[in-house]
Design a protein around this ligand. Sequence first.
Ligand code: GLN
Length: 298
Amino acid sequence: MPNASTHRLSPWTVLDLVKWTAGYFKNHQVGNARSEAEILLAHTLDIRRIDIYLNYDQPLCEDELKRFKSLIRRRVDSEPVAYITGIREFWSLELAVNPSVLIPRPETECLVEAVLPFLDDHAGSQKRVLEMGTGSGAIIIALAHEHPEHRYVAMDRSAAALPMARRNARKHKVDHRIDWFCGDWDAALVPDRNMFDLIVSNPPYIRSRDMNGLQPEIRNHEPKMALDGSGDGLKCIRRIIESAHRYLRAGGLVALEMGYDQKMDTQSIAREAGQYGPPRIIKDYSGHDRVAVMVKKG
Ligand code: GLN
């Protein structure tokens, strides 16, 4: 039972705290200071962010203040706000996240957008879709949510990521459309037996030497396994492109997220694989080359 002091009111109102925390975050180089202050305060009070505005004059009790302060400390210690709240929105779907999965990025929505027309065109017949390296499940869940008529398979090397992804799929009622397995890229797949119409992936693609230069939020908290593309950053992109054609029907697609400066390399890997037409490159919302889509010849 909480004791009486837990409910003692502090001298701080919601508005005081939003202002103070926004200033404090700014001084500590936390980007989006005001909005992150609001998100963390709403999380502490277990209200929606929009309700902050309706409760400006409400004082916090001592216990809430104490909990909020510990979140402020974690944020200033470079922990991403999504790991603190355990939530991130992707494709307008609320997803649970923890440090065993990469926090879904807005630019990854471009990958979802890039493959939807293919699934739309074939809406009359059931297609099989594979995601390699699903992490939080963001991509496969967004696709299954848009197109529940198709069949989906998602894999990840990380045994810790899969329960997270499944939990998210259950939350959005697409779990029964998706089969999950733990594996190292295509190692567990069998050509002819495991055939797909579409293979999507946001693989790790950061060059090893760039890993240390990442923001502390990423470098110190997000899974290295989901970021480090080893050596030139292209190890996983290469592995996927060189193997995906064995599990794809003729006319099927491989769609990959890549680094903003990896277009030429991705194009030459695809050319050398000799199994695909020239990749179509799609830019993200910031104007960077971000997604490569290639069609298996046949
Ligand atoms: N886009 C991520 C970043 O900026 C990288 C994700 C990845 O390697 N797939 O850190």
